[in-house]
Design a protein around this ligand. Structure first.
Ligand code: DAH
Length: 344
């Protein structure tokens, strides 16, 4: 009897090694460990064993049962994982475990692109403070006290302009940088302008506008200033057309419309034919203003208008970005929804 149990155990362990699939494994379990299986049969043979041999045979049977059960459990684990491996689709793309890289915000990129285009036309870069005073935001730009553009409801004042000299405010336009640059150059020249000026100044501006698809209380402008001897309106037009073609492509269509700004004379509005939505025809979009620097601005900065002339322009960077990349709503640029940012 003991030999028979020994053999049962050996056979069981040996044939288990051939059970390579879950169904073969189940068939083995039924044959050896099932309720009508071979181990059960051996157990029921115990009753015929002579009484004095029963403890030894019983023990041997228990040991065989434990051995078969643990061999089965171990094999099951092995077969289980092989079965998973068999189901692996090797053509499936692997998990991407690399960290997603960030990228520059679209407005930063557009700003850099614009600066780059103007740099190729000989413009340097200047900047000025966002917290300005009304002397630079208004007075020296020929916007005197009482002018409607200074209205408190149209500007973010930090000081009360009615009570404070040089009231501070968040600048409403980058034209402030024209004044800052001219003042600095005149100071450096010992009280007079001694060399030509050719700069662009990108930066944030603030106006209490109601937010909608084309307005925001904070946006960006890029200001341009070119001062030299005998600069004319046709230099301005050429510069703007060259810029539009360089940035939007050779087919860019632009137009100037007569307008009014206190700091330029004559003044014009600069429009471009732009497709904002693929399902709509292109529209003339106003990108900003421009004109010949008003002699009053030169005088306020100590520049001799008899010796120097110049042109200036100021464009909305969001509008340029929307036109260039077909972005239909300005709010997309500020909400910082990662799904939008990853697309542009
Ligand atoms: N500062 C004007 C604005 O914010 C835009 C502008 C118009 C700038 C004419 C200029 C200019 O330099 O010459 O609406």
């Amino acid at each position: 009897m003991l030999d028979a149990i020994e053999q049962l155990e050996r056979e069981g362990v040996a044939s288990l090694a051939h059970a390579a699939t879950p169904s073969a494994l189940e068939a083995w379990r039924v044959e050896y460990l099932g309720s009508n299986g071979r181990l059960k049969a051996a157990l029921s043979g115990l009753k015929d064993v002579p009484k004095e041999q029963k403890p030894a045979v019983g023990q041997r049977l228990n040991a065989a049962k434990a051995a078969l059960e643990s061999a089965f459990a171990a094999r099951k684990e092995g077969v289980g994982s092989t079965a998973t491996a068999e189901r692996l689709d090797m053509t499936e793309p692997g998990l991407v475990l690399t960290r997603a890289l960030g990228q520059q915000h679209i407005l930063t990129r557009v700003r850099d692109e614009l600066v780059e285009v103007f740099a190729r036309m000989g413009f340097g870069v200047a900047d000025g403070p966002e917290l300005e005073d009304d002397e630079h935001n208004f007075i020296k730009l020929n916007i005197p006290p009482g002018h409607p553009a200074r209205d408190e409801s149209d500007n973010f004042y930090v000081d009360d302009p009615a009570r404070t000299a040089r009231a501070r405010m968040l600048r409403s336009q980058t034209s402030t940088v024209q004044i800052r640059v001219l003042e600095k150059m005149v100071a450096a020249g010992g009280g007079r302008l001694r060399e030509a000026v050719k700069i662009v100044a990108p930066g944030r501006v603030y106006r209490p506008d109601t937010v909608d698809a084309t307005h925001s209380f904070m946006f960006h402008q890029i200001e341009g200033l070119c001062v030299d001897r005998a600069v004319t309106m046709s230099d301005l037009k050429t510069t703007l057309l060259q810029f539009a073609r360089a940035y939007f492509g050779p087919d860019a269509q632009v137009r100037l419309r007569p307008s009014f700004f206190p700091f330029t004379e004559p003044s014009a509005e600069f429009d471009m034919l732009i497709t904002l939505r693929p399902d709509q025809p292109p529209r003339w979009i106003e990108l900003g203003g421009c004109g010949m620097v008003d002699p009053a601005v030169f005088a306020a900065c100590g520049v001799d208008p008899e010796e120097w002339s110049g042109f200036a322009f100021g464009f909305g960077i969001e509008r340029l970005a929307m036109g260039k990349y077909g972005i239909p709503d300005i709010r997309l640029l500020f909400e910082n929804d990662i799904r939008f940012l990853q697309q542009v």
